[in-house]
Write a protein that binds this ligand. Sequence first.
Ligand code: AN0
Ligand code: CP
Length: 318
Amino acid sequence: MKKFTGVQDIGDLKVALALAFEMKKDRFKYVELGRNKTLLMVFFNSSLRTRLSTQKAAMNLGMNVIVLDINQGAWKLETERGVIMDGDKSEHILEAIPVMGSYCDIIGVRSFAQFEDRDYDYNETILNQFIQYSGKPVFSMEAATCHPLQAFADLITIEEYKTKPRPKVVMSWAPHPRALPQAVPNSFAEWMNAADYDFVITHPHGYELDPKFVGDAHVEYDQMKAFEGADFVYGKNWAAYAGDNYGRIICSDRSWTIGDRQMAVTNNAHFMHCLPVRRNMIVTDDVIEGPQSLVIPEAANREISATVVLKKLLDSIE
Ligand code: AN0
Ligand code: CP
């Protein structure tokens, strides 16, 4: 695997899951694989889980790790070609990327959607520049449109907790005070479709996601109806994708906050969320603290998904 930006890169899901469970049994099984190999993690945006779990995964594989927070101590980067750089940006990303590539063997990139231009975001302009100009295998640590390390961890978690071969999984929009990217819901949809679960997406009108990620999922605008008989409920906010509303908040209806009322019509569903989560906006205290909440094991599985991805990238280097 030369890059990891979406479900298409991981190959057969059953094989990837088998490797994940093998890693979970013995995280240090491949500790020799990464000896004298360096992972560079580049963050354009904040992170708690991705930062820690990916670093831990690299340590499981015996790698060295360098972390760069672009906005804390690095030069401000220009990302558009052709700009006369007489403003506050001291360096162009087209020099910075190959320089970064020269110090490492694998690069992870976190760079969220900027919500200024949908094409710029959905073309994954920044991530693709890393792929094109770094000369090294690159993986997404949440880029503009996808968060595959999260969706892989979510899939591992559902496989661990499901009690039937094809559970009903419902992804529900929920309100949030700030405009959030579509990367997490896009990837969750992409991976749930690939896993071939009974997958339903529910959101208010106007929150339709890119059809490329929705695929054959059933979209149900009535949240209560969507939740009926669910085995897993995945809460998430995202800003609008469609048309002129791209990147905007168009609904703040708190009746969508996931609480006992909605969970009561499910099949005693497990609650999931990628975290960080705003309590009593996305989900009530009672549901997130309840016995069916999986948010902590789900976050713990980020170490496992990252270990599998780094192993597969290391396998491709020689
Ligand atoms: C980010 C998002 O929704 O994409 C990161 C989630 C992993 N969340 C926030 O910025 C709060
Ligand atoms: N879920 C997730 O990616 O969390 P962080 O933003 O804290 O890395």
